[in-house]
Design a protein around this ligand. Sequence first.
Ligand SMILES: [Zn+2]
Length: 218
Amino acid sequence: MAQKFQTMSMPELHCPSCGAPLKLAYRFSQMVVCGFCDQTSHLENNGLVAKGEKQKLSDYGSKLYTGADGKILNRSMRVLGRLRYEYPDGFWDEWCIKFDDDDNFFWLQEDEGDYALFAEEQVSENLPAFEKAQVGVSYPFNGINFFVSEKNRGWIAGGEGELPHRVTPGEKADFIDGFIVGQQRQAAFELLSSGTQYFTGDVIQPENIDIKSKDYGF
Ligand SMILES: [Zn+2]
């Protein structure tokens, strides 16, 4: 059987806010949200440092949940956690996905019942500046033509679980969304205070997301 998850040996960690023991299972984890008190903490020098206000994410009946096992497009995966992004007109979630057969992590975007699976891409040239990018215009970038369909000011509402990025509830998260001209692919920039991230992704039909239901036995 393939090695399912990379584990690391770490000293036992405790939530800096409530003291609950928190286990980090993944070597790329940089952030964890306490499941008991909702405190976000960053992993720094092998210890946890509390960041930002406690944020409990409201539930909207998603079929995904933090810690879920299941399949996307028939590939076995686990949901490690999620980040919620807010903007003046609403919010969406990015579920952090670890496939059993891939060392990278992915983000399953859920926005009012629509899903798209994104991967972060390395970039070889400068991104369009937020102020300059215009909705309805395409820009040559990184060997593709990026068509801007939406841009907005946003912020991180909060998170859950164990995540590979250090973000803090309340920090800015402006975004430029669009697609790659000539391909049926989505592309998105997230302009965080730590820098700009570039993602490409594909629409996933809900029937191609198969989540094992929660085990309520303890
Ligand atoms: Zn806690």
